[in-house]
Design a protein around this ligand. Sequence first.
Ligand code: AMP
Length: 249
Amino acid sequence: MKILVPVKRVVDYNVKIRVKADQTGVDIANVKMSMNPFDEIAVEEAVRLKEKGVATEIVAVSAGTTASAETLRTALAMGADRGILIETDVELQPLAVAKLLKAIVAKETPGLIIMGKQAIDDDMNATGQMLAALLGWPQGTFASKITLSEGRIAVTREVDGGLETVDLALPAVVTADLRLNEPRYASLPNIMKARKKPIETLTPAALGVDVTPRLTVLKVEEPGKRKAGAKVASVAELVAKLRTEAKVI
Ligand code: AMP
């Protein structure tokens, strides 16, 4: 079975982001970029399935600028077999990415798609669901455990009240949650090997997809600064402050 793993290049999770002075977005000039953490989990899960002999090939796909090839190299160093870069300078929104991925699915016919539940830059949490809808495939989102059997996949999902398990027919779309696994670090020999693995470059136009943004960002603002707290000497003082200063009781 072939597994398709979409991976997005995002601002590294350790970076303290800055809003651009003109409030049109986040400043990514000279900022460390990495693979979206949930996509690392998705790659890891696919690699484990290949190690178990369940998957035969892992194809990583990333849509974005030429720099997204770096993200594909990371996926290849973790164990993916080949990469597809869909190159564009247009800022992609989830519907555009879902349409691009649908076109890749038509070309590659994977038996399973494992992707991140959300990209930590825009926090959209939409691409997997949109892709499943466009393909007419079942979806298992927020996966914390997956079990494959003949032509089916059981996906344990993290829901508000606890865990829910859904049983889906393959091919299906699974989106990875934090507890699905702990992704490996790519070893140096594997990073070297990844340099020789193939990356095919395509464009949205070649895939027949219009990626023009449908949403307009009006303004991006930093959250308001939190005020410092104060220590109180007694419960009586706390109650008095809650009554007279905070006016919440
Ligand atoms: P989002 O819906 O934007 O929160 O993203 C959810 C998931 O869709 C990510 O974790 C990725 O697996 C995938 N994805 C989103 N954008 C891209 C992209 N530009 N290239 C490849 N995969 C993407």
